[in-house]
Design a protein around this ligand. Structure first.
Ligand code: PFF
Length: 490
């Protein structure tokens, strides 16, 4: 029998837990760069449109279904339609959560290493060569494996241990993390923001981030990036929001609560963007370069550009680097907890007779094994490819299926009582139904097809196509087969 769940107690604990999940590495390393790449304020506008038309309605669906059924993703999806066929989509999202965890923890482990080294600033002599050669000991290509890096494995173990200690007890542990850990990175980031804004050259950086290039709105890659960033950033398609929604009290208004979560996450992204670009503006000024020459995309931003930039601060380089990596660590940690809770909730609802603490132990051990793969010299390449498939395909795929099922099979109007509580707001309810059943699936299907065609014409990241195909088919087979297996067994 599954163990009984208690509630979060107050809607605010849920809001904090959900913001803790949503605000993570993605806000820091993806959002600022995407905004810069896609025409500053023009990207913000596309992001907000995707948030309102795709993200928020789907968040409401996931939290609402979790709250209504009091179950994790598989059982909640099983309640849609007859005979529980759609349970498989719930398991699919749990598998997406597990796949993200297999590499997300490694990146968080890098931040543990960077935070502990912050006072000695070993990257001062050249952050790029420090990160790639000394720290990652990167190999020349994706096919060259090397021995795993011990300091990174140590970071992974610390994170898994902390996770275990924090949440083995269940809801009380989750509530503790939400109340005491989620606000920490926000406080630290605000300190950093104040400091970064006071730097000379910061205005040039902010200019690059905010000044709109409206023509970018015509580029369909901008819309794809905005939509997938929204889905990743507010933690959809992973079962997390079902699991957290299951801990909500019946009396809570889901629509209102989810709106607050989305606003909190967007604020986190904007703060991260402002910090990153103020600091980069400062470096550009000191080095006499343009922002374009200083900035880099993806992980290089957080582990190459920023350490260098923080080491160049006029005073307090060590302490600010430490605060920065500590806040990134906390951002990542609360997201990791939520992803693990999604997997836990799914198995706890199932026929498996494991206790929460033992189940968590098994999950942590499995994650340790998987994460070790990415601590090898080619780990960064592998991580990049796996993230590309999970983020670009699976998350979109799960969202399309969820929207179609809720919109057309479940009868979206049954949702109103759960989601909106009162019977007012007729127009809002109609709009919600229209978005979920028509707009979201349509937009996501277009983006999904675009992604496939772009991958067919250009090999992602310039990796050899044999590796891309091999890893792609491998992930596809494992995720799909495991979802079917768990649906049958549990
Ligand atoms: N939202 C997190 C981020 O932006 O880094 C990542 C994430 C957490 C994705 C939890 C999905 C999830 F379920």
């Amino acid at each position: 029998m599954s163990e009984k769940r208690s509630n979060f107690g107050s809607a605010w604990i849920f809001i904090l837990a959900a913001i803790g999940s949503a605000a993570g590495l993605g806000n820091l390393w993806r959002f600022p760069y995407l905004a810069y790449e896609h025409g500053g304020a023009a990207f913000f506008i596309a992001y907000i449109i995707c948030l309102l038309c795709i993200g928020l309605p789907l968040l409401i669906v996931e939290v609402g279904l979790g709250k209504h059924t009091k179950k994790g993703a598989p059982e909640a999806m099983a309640s849609v339609g007859k005979r529980g066929y759609f349970k498989v989509i719930g398991w699919l999202s749990v598998m997406v959560a597990f796949s993200i965890l297999t590499y997300y923890i490694v990146i968080a482990a890098w931040t543990v290493n960077y935070a502990t080294n912050a006072f000695s600033l070993p990257w001062q002599g050249g952050s790029e060569s420090y990160f790639f050669n000394q720290f990652l000991a990167i190999t020349t290509d994706i096919g060259s494996f090397s021995t795993p890096r011990l300091p990174i494995i140590a970071g992974v173990i610390i994170i898994l241990l902390l996770t275990y200690i924090c949440i083995y007890k269940g809801t009380s542990g989750l509530a503790f993390v939400a109340k005491w850990i989620t606000p920490l990175p926000f406080i630290l980031l605000i300190i950093l923001l104040i400091n970064s804004l006071s730097l000379s050259g910061s205005e040039t950086g902010l200019h690059a981030l905010f000044v709109p290039v409206w023509a970018s709105l015509l580029d369909n890659k901008l819309w794809f990036d905005a939509a997938s960033q929204v889905i990743f950033s507010i933690s959809l398609a992973t079962g997390v929001m079902f699991a957290y929604g299951a801990l909500l009290d019946k009396k809570v208004n889901v629509a209102k609560t989810c709106t607050i979560v989305v606003i909190g996450d967007t604020i986190a992204s904007v703060i991260c963007g402002m910090i990153v670009f103020s600091v980069i503006g400062h470096v550009a000024l000191i080095d006499g370069k343009s922002i374009h020459d200083v900035i880099s995309g993806g992980i290089g931003l957080a582990f190459v550009v920023l350490p260098q930039a923080l080491a160049l601060l006029p005073t307090g380089q060590g302490i600010f680097s430490f605060i920065f990596y500590l806040s990134v660590f906390f951002l990542a940690f609360t997201s990791i907890i939520s992803l693990i809770e999604s997997v836990l909730a799914a198995f706890m609802d199932s026929k498996a007779k494991l206790k929460r603490a033992s189940l968590l132990l098994v999950i942590c051990l499995l994650l340790l094994i998987f994460n070790i793969i990415y601590t090898m010299g080619n780990g960064l390449y592998l991580l990049d490819v796996v993230d590309h498939y999970i983020n670009g395909y699976f998350m979109l795929f799960v969202m399309i299926l969820e929207a179609l099922l809720i919109g057309w099979v479940y009868n979206i109007f049954r949702f109103n009582q759960t989601v909106f509580l009162s019977s007012n707001h007729k127009a809002l309810k109609l709009l919600f139904a229209l978005l979920v059943s028509v707009v979201v699936p349509l937009m996501l299907i277009i983006l999904f097809v675009r992604q496939i065609s772009s991958d067919i014409t250009t090999a992602y990241g310039g990796y050899p196509s044999a590796y891309l195909t091999g890893i792609g088919i491998g992930i596809f087979a494992v995720v799909i087969l495991a979802s079917i297996l768990f649906t049958k067994k549990y």
